[in-house]
Design a protein around this ligand. Structure first.
Ligand code: KIV
Ligand code: ZN
Length: 513
């Protein structure tokens, strides 16, 4: 049996199902290009029947991505499968990913179908998919709560009908490593022809076991893992790509398996996904969190300075984390700035490069030391998010112990400018109220958090906000050396995402037939 494990990235599908996590078509395409650079084998680009936006992004990604297979998710019915095929058929190697639940809990309460009816649906759906392509993946939703003999029958029928990848999802993150390992072993021992297909696993993290469960499944013969960048996904998320890949790499003595991931692209991918979704990475997140390589205790610092292996099991550079060195400053010229952008992998048009360079010089006037992270934030602020309907023109805010906070904002709405003044309980409240009044949208502020991008009194602030309106949840991020400006940018970014969400409603969660 081969020791190569395929990485199936579902950041753009299951990842996007995380609450408030929305990406527009251009943003999804940027993430897809970065996933290609990272070296994933399969990109699950979306759920084409879910919305017009999903359909268009899957189609565009299929046309543009050359080095990865592109998968489209569909329920086990003709209409879904046809729609998925319409979107993915342009890909160099398209994959239909069809699914139906197999657990008695789902059959009884959700599908209201008998086991025999579900087996018939599997057979029809997989046969229909196989008429389009031989690259068909079938998933038994809620596999880990499915009675094992029925799971074997469902998988047998899927293989007989033409499935070439069989995915075993732990949909509700319920299983534990010992149990999941024996499920995979059982399938390999009891399902005819299972060795002719690829076994895949798809673990959710409700008990914090998604990565451990995925690793044990690989040991038992799974050769595809489904995962997401930063562990994004429904509820507690999916197995995190960076954790699985680095567990296989760092502990290759115990996990003698290979992936084709270029690990130096892990951190840039994590940052891009965080920036386009507005979902901050928790500081203590393994591999990509801000503290993943920070040594606080004196004894640890001393050890690392003497020999990094004392307290570091991998080098930050292996996963592409830039060293926190001073990179550029007031006196750096165009050449140095361009070299730095190339090092990060950013390709800007000449016009955008000039804009970025002016912004960089402005930043140098405000900050004595400009770090890699500052440049990354600058590029994200200007160029990563795209297609903005609302833009922050200018902002003025007055507040103090003796003053009622007051903000004046100029907002550009689809090209025309609107100026509004508002009072608030605090400076940020007055800014958010003024922006809301200008765009005539009054969402509830669900969460607000601020972090500093680097150390130092002149560090840039990175603000993240979540807003709710008419049942829609949206996130936004903004950065600046001024925390009020960063907050305004985050709020405007969230309003753009909210607008996108409202204009591209999805059908209810992709569960069921
Ligand atoms: O969690 C799950 O079961 C899924 C399937 C659609 C693969 O996301
Ligand atoms: Zn899932």
């Amino acid at each position: 049996m081969s020791n190569v494990v395929k990485i199936f990235d579902t950041t753009l599908r299951d990842g996007e199902q995380a609450p408030g996590c929305s990406m527009n078509v251009e943003e999804k395409l940027k993430v897809a290009h970065q996933l290609e650079k990272l070296g994933v084998n399969i990109i699950e680009a979306g759920f084409p029947i879910a919305s017009e936006g999903d359909f268009n992004s899957v189609k565009l990604i299929s046309k543009e991505i050359k080095k990865c297979e592109v998968a489209g998710l569909c329920r086990a019915n003709i209409q879904d499968i046809d729609r998925a095929w319409e979107a993915i058929k342009y890909a160099k190697n398209p994959r239909i990913h069809t699914f139906i639940a197999t657990s008695d809990i789902h059959l009884k309460h959700k599908l209201k179908k008998t086991r025999d009816e579900v087996l018939e649906i599997i057979s029809q759906a997989v046969k229909h998919s196989a008429r389009y392509t031989s690259n068909v993946e079938f998933s038994c939703e809620d596999a880990t709560r499915t009675e094992i003999d029925f799971l074997c029958r469902a998988i047998s029928i899927a293989i007989q009908s033409g499935a070439t990848t069989i995915n075993i999802p732990d949909t509700v993150g319920y299983t534990v490593p010992s149990e999941f390992g024996s499920i995979i072993r059982n399938l390999r021992e009891n399902v005819d022809a299972i060795n002719n297909v690829t076994i895949s696993v798809h673990c959710h993290n409700d008990l914090g076991l998604a990565v451990a469960n995925s690793l044990v499944a690989i040991k038992e013969g799974a050769r595809q893992v489904e995962c997401t960048i930063n562990g994004l996904g429904e509820r507690a998320g999916n197995a995190s790509l960076e954790e699985i890949v680095m567990a296989l790499k760092v502990r290759n003595d115990r996990n003698p398996f290979k992936t084709r991931i270029k690990t130096k692209q892990i951190y840039p991918t994590s940052r891009l996904v965080s920036n386009v979704t507005g979902v901050l990475v928790q500081p203590n997140k393994a591999i990509v969190g801000a503290n993943a390589f920070a040594h606080e205790a004196g004894i640890h610092q001393d050890g690392v300075l003497k020999e990094s292996i004392t307290y570091e099991i991998m080098k930050p550079s292996e996963v592409g984390i830039p060293s926190n060195r001073i990179v550029l400053g007031k006196h750096s010229g165009r050449h140095a700035f361009k070299d730095k952008l190339t090092e990060f992998g950013y390709k800007l048009s000449d016009e955008n490069f000039e804009i970025a360079f002016i912004k960089f010089k402005e930043l140098c006037d405000k900050k004595k030391y400009v770090f890699d992270e500052d440049i990354e934030a600058l590029i994200n602020e200007e160029f990563v998010r795209s297609g903005d309907f609302y833009k922050l023109g200018s902002l003025e805010c007055l507040s103090g112990t003796e003053k009622k906070p007051r903000a004046t904002v100029k907002i550009i709405i689809d090209g025309s400018e609107k100026k509004v003044e508002e009072f608030g309980d605090g400076p940020i409240d007055s800014v958010f109220k003024a922006i809301s009044k200008a765009v005539d949208v009054f969402p509830m502020l669900d969460s607000y958090s601020v972090a500093s991008i680097t150390g130092g009194m002149d560090a840039q602030a990175e603000v993240s906000v979540t807003i709710k309106d008419q049942g829609f949840l949206a996130r936004g991020k903004g950065s600046s050396t001024d925390v009020i400006v960063a907050s305004a940018r985050a709020f405007v970014n969230a309003l753009n995402n909210l607008r996108w969400r409202k204009n591209h409603p999805k059908i209810t969660a992709p569960k069921g037939v």
